[in-house]
Design a protein around this ligand. Sequence first.
Ligand SMILES: [Zn+2]
Length: 74
Amino acid sequence: MEIGKLNKQDEQTLRSGKCPGCGSKHFVEGPSGGGAVNMACENGHRFWYGGPFTPEYQGLIKIEHEGDLLRAYF
Ligand SMILES: [Zn+2]
């Protein structure tokens, strides 16, 4: 998965609630604005996700696990 806009297949995977990078279904939400939200999966794949727009992969961020809670460093 390259940084930038997702291809159609990866976009569909993300929209179905699964990380196209690792298949995780566990996401944490980050800062939002302008109808878009930043989100990351439990393994640190960060996405920009905005309604009808093509989501973008933004690279890996640091994630810490505290039991069932995820703390993401956006
Ligand atoms: Zn992932």
